[in-house]
Design a protein around this ligand. Structure first.
Ligand code: G1P
Length: 309
């Protein structure tokens, strides 16, 4: 049913204020997670899901984003001339061969919904994916391919949902849902952006992966600023849950895999540790060091205090 999804949109226009001064001259999407910028994980995930076209919606400091996904001739030339640097050369080239990369600038920072609306001319009238760079999905877990399949079968929009502890729901968009005949696929009947814990309709949070129908652009055009005075993509998708509005139905896929949040400093550090510990090349040595480090620093308290014998 319908057109197969081939395009991904990655909003990357935020100011990254939580990571200042690191983000003074660098977009936060370029901050390294082990040895790759965060956004490369997202583009790799898009490529694994079979998407061939990626549009990055940028803000200021977009030059390094464009450069990262472009060829680096001088560097490649240098590495090519040295037999021992073959592997490094492959790693430099990896980021350029993932997908056809495009960039558009969001001139006014008017919110995530506004960033998505900036993708309209590039996307055209076909379903597409939106992938937020703060959320990384482990490469062993297939979330986006499953969402694309659900969209192909049921049409409309498909959102990634994850159960979170009630006290965390106010950090996320939250969905009201009804069961379907498929495990972990739900019908979304309503959405609210960052509700207070006692007003949240569920503990199902939006986790930064969306497959959206092109009608989202019509809904966004009619969506007034919401939470934080910003145009929210959650509010626009909520409009499409109304059966009398074109662009639905809206379904959710409940994700039970591994997700790494890089949105704030503590989460970012946790993500780096988790990803490094699972890497074949770094993991064994890093884990051994980590175990020693943790043993030496426990019990919690002043790390400079000598441990009791
Ligand atoms: C955005 C969305 C929110 C979603 C979250 C996922 O919020 O507005 O609905 O749950 O991403 O990471 P942000 O984290 O950008 O404030």
């Amino acid at each position: 049913m319908g057109t197969r999804v081939t395009k991904a949109v990655i909003p990357a226009a935020g100011l990254g204020t939580r990571f200042l001064p690191a983000t003074k001259a660098t977009p936060k999407e370029m901050l390294p997670v082990v040895d790759k910028p965060a956004i490369q994980y997202v583009v790799e995930e898009a490529a694994r899901a079979g998407l061939t076209d990626v549009l990055v919606v940028t803000g200021r400091n977009k030059a390094s984003l464009e450069d990262h996904f472009d060829r680096a001739y001088e560097l490649e030339d240098k590495l090519e001339g040295d037999e021992g640097k073959r592997e490094m050369l492959d790693r430099v080239r990896d980021s350029t061969d993932l997908a056809s990369m495009h960039f558009v600038r969001q001139h006014d920072p008017r919110g995530l919904g506004h960033a998505v609306a900036c993708a309209a001319p590039h996307v055209g009238r076909e379903p597409f994916a939106v992938m937020l760079g703060d959320d990384l999905i482990d490469e062993r877990d297939d979330l986006l391919p499953q969402m694309i399949d659900v969209q192909a079968q049921r049409g409309g929009c498909v959102l990634a949902l994850m159960e979170v502890p009630p006290e965390q729901i106010s950090l996320y968009g939250c969905a009201s849902v009804e069961a379907t005949d498929e495990d972990d696929v739900v019908r979304v009947s309503g959405l609210v952006e960052k509700p207070a814990m006692d007003e949240a309709p569920s503990n199902l949070a939006l986790i930064g992966r969306y497959v959206l129908s092109p009608e989202i652009f019509d809904a966004l055009a009619e969506t007034p600023p919401g939470r934080g005075g910003e145009i929210q993509v959650t509010d626009a998708i909520a409009r499409l849950t109304d059966p009398s509005v074109a662009g639905g139905p809206v379904h959710g896929v409940i994700f039970r895999g591994r997700r790494y949040d890089t949105g704030d400093k503590a989460d970012y550090l946790r993500s780096i540790v988790q990803i490094a510990a699972d890497r074949v090349d770094l993991g064994p040595e890093f884990r051994a060091w980590l175990a020693e480090f943790v043993a030496a620093r426990l019990p919690l308290g002043d790390p400079d205090q000598p441990l009791k014998p």
